[in-house]
Design a protein around this ligand. Sequence first.
Ligand code: FES
Ligand SMILES: [Fe+2]
Length: 369
Amino acid sequence: MYINFWYPVCIADELTAVEPMRTKILGLHFVAFRDSDGAAHVLADTCIHRGGALGKGKIVDGNVECPYHGWQFDGSGSCTYIPFLENGSKMPARAKVDSYPVIERYGIVFAFLGDLPEEERVPLFEIPEWGREGWRENRLVKFELDGYYERSIENGVDPTHNQFVHPLQGNIKFIPEYLTVESDDWCTTVTTRMEPPKPGTVKLAHLRNDDDPENFGSSTGHYGPNTLITRINLSADNCFAQYFFEQPIDDSHTRIFFVNMRNCMLEPENDIRIEQINLAIADEDITLIAGLYPVRTPETTTKEILIKGDECIVGYREHLKGWEKRGWRIDLKTMRNTYGDVAYAIPSPGRRTQKNWVLDSVPLIQASS
Ligand code: FES
Ligand SMILES: [Fe+2]
């Protein structure tokens, strides 16, 4: 798992100015809430007094109040009120928690979990079809997976699993000669063509038997460590674009925020049917990923055999290696060894400009060249 990327925190509509929401991402807890103006905030969940869970507290005057002794924190993470501070005493300089940059988009609250200053941050992924004429989005759905998010991304960028894992799709075969893999700073994308389904094998309404193989293809890719992009082109006017914004809950559980766009069957009454199909397909992947052993990908490729169809997976892993070299990879072994004894926080941008933080910054694998 990596710091310095945008992670989905919650569905925007679920976040209110009435109650805080507590969620776990990258193995640590966060509290999300809205202030009196409706602006969303995401803070580290651990109260720096004596370890209360802010996400189990309440919202008072737009601040989040710890349930243990009532200390209050505003959206910037500063402590604004301590009930039993002696008269005339100043607020302790260290009375602050990490606060993370937030963007609300696609109906999701995203937080940048890391300490990079704004000009160095990777942009939040932009969905090209969002708001474009001729495209319609399905209701945003969220589901959980008993597995590690990197296994889920690798599954998504793997064109060779479809015909085995997704029989509902009519056992569509990809054509190996047309497989191409491209890469840039943040993504790797694999593009394939597929054999149109044979007559009588199609079980899904949106797959047709008469499509031209020239256009019958898909591309899948990752953006950063935790965004999965899938484009399925059945023909020019029959396309689906699917986006998984993945929230690594910890090193073996994942929550996925799924945005589905389409340029066909635009009538709203098709939404439910398409959602059902998508979730049935996702379910096939969930079942498969939950059975993978080991839970996380092995540290060395000698413990697997990778072949041509795994090229995009290799590209993904190379990107992850690059982010590890920058010093962004969380040191899970140290975290596990100190579990229960040390409270960590993902470092926020505030740590670059202010000193005196109560919580330890999460252990990271040292940057290397
Ligand atoms: S632990 Fe939060 S106020 Fe005491
Ligand atoms: Fe799949």
